[in-house]
Structures are given as C-alpha cells and as structure tokens.
Write a protein of this length. Structure first.
Length: 463
C-alpha cells in the first residue's frame, strides 16, 4: 500500500544518511509562551521560523532555525519523498525513549504543475524543516528541544553553544511575554485581476455544463500595501486574537512569511487513529443571534452548498476506506461557526491499516473537492486554465509530522503571504452549474474577512 515501505527509495535514503548523527536534547521550561518564543527567534533566525497551534489552544509547536531542510524536485512523488527522507533521518535517532519527539514542519504547494509566475518567490514546491530549536506546549507543559542532524563524527561538540543560544532565546521570550502588537496601517488595497476572475466564473460554469467537471474551485487574490513593514509576530498576534477557534500556522521562507487561521483540518494521525474534516459550504455570520440562526438553517437546507459538501464527504470517505478500518462518518453535516463564517462540517474517523501512514492520507486527500473540485484531475486542469494566479501554498497542506509518524496537517485557507510592506490575501469558492459571478464574488469577500481584519484592512460593509 505504501510505496516507501521496504522500497529501493527507502533503502537509498537510509544509506545516504548512514554517516549522520541525529542528536536531540529536551528540557522542560516555565514562563515561556509559544508566540513569545517565536518572536524571540527573529533576531538570529529571521526567515527560519515556523508556528503551529491547534484550535483548542492546548497544543503548540514552534520551530526556530534550520537543522535540516527537505526539498524535492520530484513533482510527481514529493509526498513519498518527504516520507522516505524523514523516515531515513529518524532511523539515525538514538534507540531510547524521548521526552519529546522531534518534528518536521512544512508544507506543499497547491499545484506544482502550475507554471504561472507568482509572488511566491521564496517558497519551493515542497518545503519541510527540522528546526534547531523546537518548543512544544501540550497539556499545560512546555518543552524546548535542541536538534542536530550532522555528518560530524562528534556532533555533540556543538551542544554547549546551542544550549547557550537556547537559554538566550528563553530569556528573550520571557521578556516578550504579554507584548502588545498594534494593528498595521493599510495604505491601500488592490483586487488583482478582478475582471478576469469574473469572466472565469462564466467560463468554468460553461465547462461544467458541458460535462468537463462537476465542481471547480476558483480563487482570487487581493494585495494590501502597508505604511510600514509587518512583522511575522505582529501578524500572528493579531490573527490569534481575531480567530480564536481555528488552527494558527506560520511558515517563513527567507523574507516571506505565509500564515493563516484555518478552520479546516486535512488529517490528523495519533496512536494509529486518523481524523479528517469535511468542510464545504459556507455563509456569513448574522449581525445578531436571530439572523445568525436563520442563516445557519438556510445553509443546512441549501441544495448548492449541500451538494458541494457531499462531494467532499464522498471523496474523504473513499480515501479513508482505502487506508483505514472502522471508518465512521455522520449521515448529516453540522454547522461549524467561527467569527466571520459558518460552514457545513462533517468529521471522519478511522483506524489506520497496517502499513498506512499520515503522508498516504495527505497525498490522497489533497486537494479535497472543497479546494480543488470534482473529479480531481479535471478540476485541476480547469483551474490551471482559468484561474488568474498561481496559488503557491494557499489551499495546500501545511503541518507537521513527528519521528513516530504522528502529526497533523491543515488546509491553508484564510491565509496571507507577507512580503515586506505587502501582503497577498487569497479566497475562493466552489463553482457548480448554477453559479453566478456576482454570488461567487460576494462569497470571496466573506472569506477575505479574517485576514483582512487581522491585517488592519476594512471590509466593504464596515466603517
């Protein structure tokens, strides 16, 4: 089932790392928050930081520095390559029980076959990092690990310097705890290629009516210009305040920072149990409780949104049946309400079959019909043809995986790419046979709202 198990690629990767040492050392700390530790890394490790926090806010992972970077030019086998390389790296870990398991952070681009030029100049198609310093917050306890992955015969000689740097980061983070970040000042915004986007809705709708696909997700981009450069920590701080029930993520690549507050889990694996989320179909939140309840009830009965949602349920069910046993899926969706949007939501659960792993599920689930379309390949072809941009990491899998194979990936929506004094925001919607440009355009504005508000912009209906 898994192409990497006992394969020639697996053996080759293991041989390539045979001379490496994987050194890890962990201490427990107090008085250090995840955001403060992330910010503390800016001075010495700017461009080399990663951030992850779950919606419940009881689990965080922060990565600072690059102990090892995994990239691949294999566009058709990138999921397998990451799995193979990480497994081979972890075979160099000492055979002892670890207080905290090392984690690999990163993500994939949405579509490596999209050749359009884009703003994603610092992000490769596949980008995963083993950090030098890893902070893990879990169940009220905080641990900081040092990682080294080196060819040197005595890799431990560098540990004293790394311990000193770790302690400096801890002290700096303690000084930064509770720091208040002011909201950025947006000088102007620009809806990129709006006219072409509106035309694309008609073109894609015609393609769907002609039988080329059942559903296609078309996205668009907005560019913000700021008075001053926005720091990664300030952006995360604001979005964490604005979006309290979403996954928070952030990935630095040189001078660029991709971050977001996504409600959508792609897949989680823990102790052999796999969890996913069917999230498709959305409407805005009401201005008061009565309107909110009415909008939610309307969404639950809306044929277009229920149809979009069922595409996702059917696809995730198919993938889970392949890799899992005892799959459970509720028969009807519920509402997931976050600050600006309410979604149709159906959870999926299953026990991994022997030989199946997290990356099998990531590969097979991406992109779900909620972000790509149905059927998958036909929808991707139409996206390449009609979408006005290259999505980069927008709507793609981002997350982490530890040395045991446990981990979690989210779908990188409600997101933005920071680039100096600019930010690029992304939003899309599912196009079906009865879609109209006006309704799809309005839906994207609802989905722009979380990042636009967090970055200091205003919606059209806000004064």
């Amino acid at each position: 089932m898994n192409s990497y198990l006992h394969s020639s690629a697996d053996t080759s990767a293991a041989m390539r790392y045979i001379a490496y040492q994987f050194i890890t050392e962990t201490i427990e700390v107090e008085g250090v928050t995840s955001l403060a530790f992330f910010e503390a890394g800016a001075a010495s490790y700017g461009g080399q930081r990663m951030f992850w926090q779950n919606p419940e806010r009881d689990f965080s992972l922060i990565g600072i520095g690059h102990a090892h970077v995994l990239k691949t030019s294999n566009l058709h086998g990138r999921f397998e390559d990451v799995q193979t390389e990480w497994k081979a790296m972890c075979s160099r870990l000492p055979e002892k029980e670890l207080l905290v398991r090392p984690s690999l952070f990163g993500g994939f681009s949405f579509d490596p076959l999209n050749q359009k030029k884009s703003e994603w100049v610092s992000f490769p198609e596949t980008y995963f990092v083993l950090p030098v310093f890893q902070l893990q917050e879990k169940d009220g306890k905080t641990f900081i690990s040092i990682h080294q992955f080196t060819k040197e015969l005595d890799g431990e000689h560098a540990l004293p310097d790394l311990r000193k740097k770790r302690d400096e980061l801890i002290q700096s983070a303690k000084r930064l705890n509770g720091k208040v970040h002011s909201k950025q000042v947006v000088e102007n915004h620009q809806e990129l290629h709006k006219d072409v986007y509106m035309e694309s809705i008609d073109q894609v709708t015609a393609s769907i009516k002609a039988g080329q696909a059942a559903k296609v997700v078309i996205a668009r981009c907005m560019e913000l210009a700021f008075k001053e450069q926005v720091t990664a920590a300030a952006a995360l701080s604001q979005v964490s305040i604005e979006q309290t029930s979403s996954y928070l993520f952030g990935i630095e690549a040189e001078e660029q920072f991709f971050f977001g507050a996504t409600p959508e889990r792609l897949v989680k694996v823990e102790n052999g149990i796999a969890l996913s989320t069917c999230l498709a179909g959305s409407t805005r939140r009401g201005k008061d409780e009565k309107e909110d309840l009415a909008l939610g009830a309307e969404l639950l009965l809306d044929r277009k949104n229920r149809s979009e949602h069922q595409y996702v349920v059917d696809m995730i069910d198919h993938v889970f049946q392949k890799f899992c046993e005892g799959v459970t899926i509720p028969k009807k969706p519920e509402l997931m309400k976050i600050r600006d949007i309410q979604h149709l939501h159906t959870p999926v659960r299953g026990s991994l079959k022997d030989g199946a792993g997290l990356m099998d599920l990531v590969k097979s689930l991406h992109p779900t019909p909620a972000l790509g379309g149905e059927p998958k390949q036909q929808a991707l072809s139409l996206i390449r043809q009609y979408e006005t941009m290259n999505r980069g990491f927008y709507a793609a899998p981002v997350g982490w995986m530890d040395s045991r194979g446990d981990g979690e990936f989210a779908v990188a929506i409600r997101s933005a790419l920071l680039d100096g004094k600019r930010a690029f925001l992304y939003a899309g919607g599912g196009i079906v046979a009865n879609s109209t440009p006006q309704s799809e355009y309005a839906e994207t504005w609802v989905k722009f709202r979380p990042m636009l508000r967090a970055l200091g912009g205003q919606m059209r209906d806000e004064s």
